[in-house]
Design a protein around this ligand. Structure first.
Ligand code: ADP
Ligand code: MG
Length: 249
């Protein structure tokens, strides 16, 4: 699904350059559930924006489902985002003056699809919010808002979901419920890339990629032993372990 080679993203800051991504190679097969983790500033969001075609790399190549997206026009990228990728953000990014149903319908409108009501209702039902369709986001709890955002992300049936700290604004119980939805989507065949600085969240994936200073520090399958190690690291407050300690995100 994702094939990335020697990807870099540099930001010029006055007379210095920030190497937000510094030569990353990454393959993610279709159907995988991957976490990207690392301390604040390690390049997670930059990676997510590039994978999500929200931004362009400084150099390197990126193929999504066999297509070289690094060479596409803005218009083509907008189409790829709309058809292939569902986005979930920490702050939900919902429109408050309209209903949950209307929020979920937005990607359908961009795709110029008629009859938005039924698929939007179906997506809300899939995240257990069928009965809240006519509520506005500010009438919903944080967990319910994130469910609306997930319904919006899946309404076009994209094969890839990208989530940047989706549980970051939620209490741990609500966070677990949201992760349950990601597990269900994964079981239904969706590829999931989940960015989080919380090891207990990262450990839920099949594979954990740890970043540091714009590079991949470690890329490992999750088994029972590794899961325990990750949970221990979280208790110790050490996001960069086993290499060394670091600041918190
Ligand atoms: P993370 O999501 O892991 O916290 P980011 O990808 O947001 O990390 O940032 C990686 C590095 O790139 C940081 O040093 C950050 O300050 C820098 N950075 C990110 N976005 C920009 C930007 N738009 N302009 C300048 N520097 C940026
Ligand atoms: Mg970030």
């Amino acid at each position: 699904m994702i094939r990335i080679r020697n990807l870099t993203k540099w930001y010029e800051m006055g007379d210095s350059i920030v190497h937000a991504l510094d030569g990353v190679d990454l393959d993610i097969p279709a159907g995988e559930f991957v976490s990207i983790t690392g301390a604040s500033g390690s390049g997670k969001s930059t990676m997510m924006h590039l994978i999500g075609c929200l931004d362009r790399p400084t150099s390197g190549t990126y193929e999504l489902a066999g297509e070289p997206v690094d060479q596409m026009s803005d218009r083509q990228l907008a189409r790829v985002r709309n058809e292939r990728i569902g986005f979930v953000f920490q702050t939900f990014n919902l429109v408050n003056r309209t209903s949950a149903l209307d929020n979920v319908a937005v990607p359908l409108i961009y795709a110029h699809k008629g009859g938005t009501r039924r698929p939007a209702m179906r997506a809300l039902a899939r995240v257990g919010l069928g009965r809240r369709a006519h509520h506005r986001p500010n009438e919903l709890s944080g967990g319910e808002r994130q469910r609306v955002a997930i319904a919006r992300a899946i309404v076009n049936d994209p094969p890839l979901i990208l989530a940047d700290e989706p549980t970051g604004n939620l209490d741990s119980r609500t966070g677990r419920q949201i992760l349950e939805i990601f597990h269900e989507l994964h079981a239904a065949g969706v590829t999931i890339v989940l960015v989080t600085h919380e090891m207990s969240v990262a450990a839920q994936a099949q594979r954990v990629i740890r970043m540091r200073d714009g590079k991949i520090l470690e890329d490992r399958r999750v088994d029972a032993a590794y899961r325990e190690e990750l949970l221990r690291d979280e208790e110790a407050g050490d996001e960069d372990s086993p290499a060394s300690g670091s600041e918190n995100g």
